[in-house]
Design a protein around this ligand. Structure first.
Ligand SMILES: NC(=O)c1ccc[n+]([C@@H]2O[C@H](COP(=O)([O-])OP(=O)(O)OC[C@H]3O[C@@H](n4cnc5c(N)ncnc54)[C@H](O)[C@@H]3O)[C@@H](O)[C@H]2O)c1
Length: 331
């Protein structure tokens, strides 16, 4: 059996080598190139392909794979929105993704960044870098003194609750589907309005489905406590960025953690040093002392990358063997 992988980054190679060592019976080949109609030819003779890219998987690309006798696609990431699913169905493609590679990676990042905002780390680090070692006025706040509102108690939201409880924070939570463990702990409030009213910090962990787009906007922010802190390591379009900036300007929001941005595609994961920065609004956010921007790196840990590589290769093999995989995408 042969599996061919596209878009392999240097940081994925240790995980890939680990998987190869554990599966000596399977031939593995890979390229750093992304999957295109041209590069599809490189997979000739393979039984399955493993992929990860933001570029679309078009009908033409899927057809090019099918022409090589390949009818399966194993994603190393979650999102399937860039796949032409109609074409995939017509061409008989089996698709897998990796839905849960490491919820801890994202939850830890949210907790760390929140603690940094509370301790005013960005201001303090800048002072220390200039050898200004005075304490005032950079006094911090403690996590345990905060009521943190968690919107979405799925995989990531639940890990974040555990982490913040370790700090001693008070948690209130809201989800349209209650999780029995969180319910047993009595953490749920009945409405988002109640969560907004009670929380010093609001952290959002829901998918960017139609109903959730711009759920954090001027109306919802108006319902929050004065000086609330927002944490968004979920999806950029959950926030109306202009409304959030207006609330930071007025002091309604006292801090923001953002790992995601509405217009991040083509901007994040690029080096802009020495070049004209493409987005003035993002530049403004990055410059603010009470805003912590990271370029969608909450997931980016060695453990998460290992899971993405290993689970996608496992799924590719399962497809060839005709065995079940929990990562099959039903579409
Ligand atoms: N920054 C990163 O690197 C990164 C990595 C992975 C995932 N994410 C994002 O994190 C978010 C959460 O992921 P997850 O794996 O925990 O998802 P999940 O599916 O396990 O949980 C999502 C939860 O949100 C709830 N929900 C949906 N709409 C809601 C609403 N309007 N109000 C309240 N609850 C609602 C669902 O019932 C579910 O319990 C997603 O947006 C995902 O895209 C970000």
């Amino acid at each position: 059996m042969k599996i061919f992988a596209y878009g392999i980054r240097d940081d994925e190679k240790p995980a890939l080598q680990g998987w190869e060592t554990a599966h000596p019976e399977i031939e593995v080949a890979y390229t750093q190139e992304l999957l295109t109609t041209e590069s599809a030819k490189e997979a000739a003779g393979s039984d399955g392909v493993v992929v990860y890219q933001q570029l679309p998987y078009t009908r033409e690309i899927l057809q090019a794979l099918a022409d090589e006798g390949i009818h399966q696609l194993s994603l190393r990431n979650v999102g399937i929105d860039n796949i032409d699913l109609k074409a995939a169905k017509e061409l008989g493609f089996k698709i897998s993704n990796v839905a849960a590679y490491s919820p801890n990676a994202i939850a830890e990042h949210a907790a760390i960044q929140l603690a940094r905002v509370l301790r005013r780390s960005k201001e303090l680090d800048a002072k220390v870098a200039k050898h200004d070692l005075r304490w005032a006025p950079t006094i911090g706040r403690e996590v345990r003194m905060q009521t943190v509102g968690i919107i979405g108690t799925g995989r990531i939201g639940r890990v974040l609750i555990q982490i913040l409880q370790g700090f001693g924070a008070k948690i209130v939570a809201y989800d349209i589907f209650k999780n029995p463990d969180i319910d047993k702990q009595g953490l749920y409030v009945d409405s988002l309005d109640e969560l907004y009213a009670q929380s010093d910090v609001i952290s959002v962990h829901v998918p960017s489905v139609k109903e959730n787009i711009h759920m954090l906007n001027k109306e919802s922010i108006a319902k929050m406590k004065d000086g609330a802190i927002l944490v968004n390591v979920a999806r950029g379009d959950l926030m109306d960025t202009d409304d959030v900036i207006a609330a930071l300007d007025s002091g309604k929001l006292s801090g923001l953690v953002m790992d995601v941005y509405e217009n991040e595609v083509g901007i994040f994961n690029e080096d802009w040093e020495g070049k004209k920065f493409p987005d003035a609004r993002l530049a403004d956010l990055i410059a603010r002392p009470n805003v912590l921007v990271t370029p969608h790196t909450a997931f980016y840990t060695t453990k998460a990358v290992l899971e993405m590589v290993h689970q996608s290769f496992d799924a590719a093999v399962a497809f060839v063997n005709g065995t079940e995989t929990r990562n099959t995408v039903k579409y």
